[in-house]
Design a protein around this ligand. Structure first.
Ligand code: ZN
Length: 433
């Protein structure tokens, strides 16, 4: 285990309660290593061997090291992940006042495990859009660190059969968190007043916001030998982190092929957004990196490329092993898990699997395989969309974890190092078989 990577990962998770913050943290890290930020609205002069990144919509980011050869000759080595995680979002007119409690209405973003959000010390984070003094619109990042909100569970005395029947939460009526009582002078001033106090602006200057709830408990290691890591948003900030770290580790080694980590927002809601994996973000970017005037340079570069879709995998759960395919029990700290699905919910093919298998064998990294039980429907990733869009061979891979989509998830401390090492092998692989 590389403890330095683990420490970096834990602080990245804590700094990134929302995709806005994840992109901001990655931008800061890339800037510190001399990557140049390019803007989509400007024209680009790309130099072979130089390091760049581009952000779309403040929540998707791509970082790359331009190859010393043209992409049409050596292709792209792409690793894709996603910056978003299931959570609860503040509604546009959220102010509720019920039985003396001040509350906010929330919407569910993605496939959140709702019960895990109850009885946690929650707070607010995201982007607030303001009118500044010159009348321009300005985005203001909010990361309120103090615990502010809670979704209280109903006492068992009022819900006697909850342990037998399971906790059922109605998303409209049972989720609004409480943040105060109606008994003081600030009562009922509402979201704009509260936000204005947090970011020191006038409430009337707030135009709009994208705000989420998050769990204030910091990321941590856990277990008798700290073999686990526990945090919100491991799915999929863990993979964003691994993809970018692998790029940074070999940034001083020139390579003929262009190496790129791309982290998309909106995977958890289907990717069909301005900056999602089904948008033009990746195709327009790759087209711009082919500097030749040839009409078919982009197509030739794609035909020489490969994509790894990096997203978390389900470790076998010791108390629910019957939910797993009995021949495929991925273990935490057992190494990267290749994800395979006959219906194409994962983009892995035998040939992309072979490339990754070979990289891991050369580096003596253990590899595991995952398939869903045949009688259960399978999750998906950005892999199939980007694979179809670009037409490049793609592999779905991720580290094994438990409690996926819970407010606090669990993965392995050792797997981070394995994954970064495998990604380094992929980025630096000069020719694809
Ligand atoms: Zn995911």
């Amino acid at each position: 285990m590389k403890t330095e990577s683990l420490t970096q990962l834990l602080s990245f998770l804590d700094a990134s309660p929302t995709p806005f913050h994840a992109v901001d943290a990655l931008r800061n890290r890339l800037n510190a290593f001399g990557f140049e930020e390019l803007l989509e609205q400007e024209s680009w002069k790309i130099h072979p061997g130089s390091k760049y990144f581009v952000v779309r919509g403040d929540t998707s980011i791509a970082a790359w090291i331009q190859g010393t050869e043209s992409p049409s000759v050596t292709g792209f080595r792409l690793i894709g992940a996603h910056t978003d995680s299931p959570n609860l979002r503040i509604k546009p007119q959220p102010d509720l006042n019920q039985h003396g409690y001040l509350q906010f209405g929330v919407e569910v973003y993605g496939g959140a495990l709702l019960s895990s959000w109850a009885d946690r010390d929650l707070s607010l984070a995201g982007m607030i859009y303001l009118k500044n003094k010159t009348g321009k619109i300005e985005g203001h990042l909010l990361h309120h660190r103090e615990p502010l909100l809670r979704i209280p569970l109903l006492a068992i005395h009022l819900n006697r059969d909850v342990n037998e029947k399971g906790l059922v939460l109605n998303a409209q009526t049972h989720l609004p968190p409480v943040y105060g009582l109606e008994d003081n002078e600030d009562s009922g001033k509402g979201i704009h007043q509260l936000l204005a106090g947090m970011i020191e602006c006038q409430a009337e200057d707030i135009l709009s916001y994208d705000l989420s709830l998050y769990d204030t408990q910091p990321a941590s290691t856990l277990g008798q030998n700290q073999e686990f890591i526990v945090s919100g948003r491991l799915d999929n900030l863990y993979s964003c982190f691994s993809a970018v770290e692998a790029l940074l580790e070999d940034q001083h080694t020139p390579s003929p092929q262009t190496r790129m980590a791309v982290c998309f927002d909106h995977e958890e809601i289907g990717s069909m957004t301005t900056q999602g994996a089904r948008s033009s973000f990746i195709t327009s970017l790759l087209k711009r990196l082919n500097q030749e005037n040839d009409n078919d340079a982009y197509e030739r570069s794609c035909a020489r490329s490969m994509l790894i879709s990096a997203d978390m995998a389900h470790a076998v759960h010791p108390n629910f092993s019957e939910k797993h395919e009995p021949q495929h029990f991925p273990q935490i700290n057992g190494g990267p898990v290749i994800k395979i699905n006959a219906q194409g919910r994962y983009a892995t093919s035998g040939s992309s699997e072979a490339v990754f298998e070979q990289i891991c064998r050369e580096k003596e990294i253990p590899v595991q395989k995952f398939v869903n039980r045949t009688d259960l429907s399978c999750g998906s990733t950005i892999g199939p969309f980007v694979a179809g869009n670009l037409g490049v061979p793609t592999l779905d891979v991720g580290s094994a974890m438990l409690s996926m989509h819970s407010v606090r998830e669990m993965a392995g401390s050792n797997d981070v190092g394995w994954m970064i090492e495998a990604f380094r092998g992929f980025y630096t692989r000069p020719a694809l078989d």
